[in-house]
Design a protein around this ligand. Structure first.
Ligand code: BES
Ligand code: MG
Ligand code: ZN
Length: 495
């Protein structure tokens, strides 16, 4: 599907669906054909958010459709409203089986918004809402390919605005390619997304830009580095662990260096502390943090930022077997921290211990980790909001602010000092479980905190929003969501 921006008023011909996004109570006759506008008003169309009114018309010898899509109250409109609008439009285009759609930007242009920002969000919504994963269903794939729209042309009668919008469009396309990659990786079953597959996907991303370099950490290298924690999680699986370290170097001299670390458990059975059947069903998604790192770098291949970016994940599979790590074992991370394993299902933090300690050796100016770490975070914040915890007030606030803009909401959970005791062990530096039935998401963060030392750090527990059990927003279909890619890019662009 080709998305383009064209200068001028929406034409009378050459489309099979013409859509007017409308704010609440906007006089339709100002922009649309009089009789169509009168019809819509007579039908009671008001422009409430998501409201849709479609009028079939005969245009010469062809039947086409003119539609109004509500955006709600003018003062309630923010960046994320355009993303939702795009998502809603994607669905409507699909339902109406339109091949060549046109969108009039006239009402939006009259709002005096930033063309780049509004357009970027709108195109993100349009693309993300149109995402489908059916690699394993060739018939659906074929059908979808046949039914998909060929073009969406966006008409705006203002040259300066059109130029800004063009920038927004291009940026959105780059971002979306990253989000879609993350979604694909998360949606791919674990049998086809073992640690080696994640390393291969990283190679593919690195090949896309000469500014991206890659270092692999195979099992021997991990042993040499003393990564006893991640190796213990990996030891129950037939698949060897695979570590990836991507490095993005900007064209100009880097102002700062940032490390992004992702949890990459390609399947989480729970290990010997095995999960019940229901809890295991979606555990192919437990590498969503690592997949977000790859999505971010995929986007970085086409979007310049001024900072050096390190993307790190240690991919493992958590399985029960005769060689699996056991409750009661004590393992040692690469920084010398000893960890008492009390539940092999709290494996994410054990793998991140080494990943964070490794990231720390490069002395980045900040570390952000993304991890599908705890069910407790889902219990606390639900399926749409990620938990944010860190050791740096400014960094936490900054990310929360960006999350509002990018439609990836974060909510802070407190690093209440005395809760640090929840992860203290009697026989080792740390234990990998918290206090029974209490503050599980915070305990996870308290555990990770040790490994970043004094480096400004934020941990994002994305267990809820990384995977949508059902469609939660018009731009977020069921399955992997790609949560974090847009947020991290916005953060890097702001540095
Ligand atoms: N991968 C899970 C967390 C998770 C649960 C992610 C549901 C997405 C949906 C993680 O490895 C895990 O099993 N955590 C345990 C920790 C506990 C044993 C301390 C949990 O949340 O129950
Ligand atoms: Mg687990
Ligand atoms: Zn896990």
């Amino acid at each position: 599907m080709q998305i383009s921006i064209e200068k001028g008023m929406a034409p009378a011909k050459g489309f099979d669906l013409l859509v007017y996004p409308i704010i609440r109570k906007f006089p339709l006759a100002k922009i649309a054909d009089r009789s169509i506008a009168a019809f819509a008003e007579h039908e009671g169309f008001e422009g409430a958010s998501g409201e849709w009114l479609c009028v079939p018309i005969l245009n010469g010898d062809k039947s086409t459709k003119v539609a109004f899509l509500g955006m709600g109250e003018k003062r309630g409109i923010e960046e994320d409203s355009y993303r939702r609008l795009g998502g809603q439009l994607a669905k409507r285009i699909r339902e109406s089986k339109a091949k060549n759609a046109a969108v009039s930007w006239e009402v939006i242009a009259s709002l005096g918004v930033s063309g780049r920002e509004a357009m970027r969000a709108f195109v993100e919504g349009l693309r993300l809402g149109g995402y489908v994963f059916h690699s394993y269903h060739p018939d659906h794939q074929e059908k979808h390919r046949k039914n998909a729209a060929k073009s969406v042309r966006i008409f705006v009668d203002n040259t300066i605005l059109a130029t800004a919008m063009q920038r927004g469009l291009e940026e959105a396309e780059a971002l979306v390619s990253g989000v879609h990659l993350t979604r694909d990786l998360v949606n791919t079953p674990s049998m086809d997304m073992a640690p080696q597959h994640m390393a291969d996907a990283a190679d593919e991303v690195a090949r896309m830009s000469k500014r991206i370099k890659i270092k692999h950490l195979d099992k021997a290298r991990m042993e040499k580095l003393g990564m006893g924690a991640v190796l213990s999680v990996a030891q129950g699986s037939l698949h060897e662990p695979r570590g990836v370290h991507l490095i993005y170097t900007p064209t100009k001299k880097a102002k700062r260096s940032i490390a992004i670390v992702g949890k990459a458990v390609t399947f989480d059975s729970g290990g010997l502390s095995i999960k019940p059947a229901d809890g295991m069903m979606t555990m192919k998604m437990d590498m969503a943090g690592g997949a977000a790192v790859l999505g971010l770098f995929r986007a970085l291949a086409n979007i310049d930022v001024d900072v050096e970016v390190h993307g790190i994940f240690l991919a493992v599979e958590n399985m029960p077997s005769g060689s699996a790590y056991r409750p009661g074992d004590v393992v040692k991370a690469m920084d010398g921290t000893t960890i008492e394993i009390l539940n092999t299902d709290a494996e994410g933090r054990v793998t991140l211990a080494d990943a964070l300690a490794y990231a720390k050796t490069f002395e980045p100016d900040a570390i952000i980790d993304l991890a599908t770490l705890t069910g407790a975070c889902i219990a606390a914040l639900g399926e749409e909001i990620a938990g944010a915890m860190g050791n740096d007030r400014k960094l936490v606030d900054k990310l929360i602010g960006y999350g509002k803009q990018t439609g990836e909401p974060l909510w802070e959970l407190p690093m209440f000092p005395s809760y640090e005791d929840h992860v203290k062990s009697k026989i080792a530096h740390l234990k990998n479980t918290g206090a029974r039935g209490q503050a599980g998401a915070i305990a996870g963060a308290m555990f990770l905190k040790r490994f970043v030392g004094d480096i400004p750090w934020v941990h994002l527990d994305i267990a809820g929003p990384a995977y949508a059990e059902r469609e939660v927003r018009p731009d977020t279909p069921q399955g992997g969501t790609g949560f974090g890619v847009r947020l991290l890019m916005r953060y890097l662009q702001g540095l």
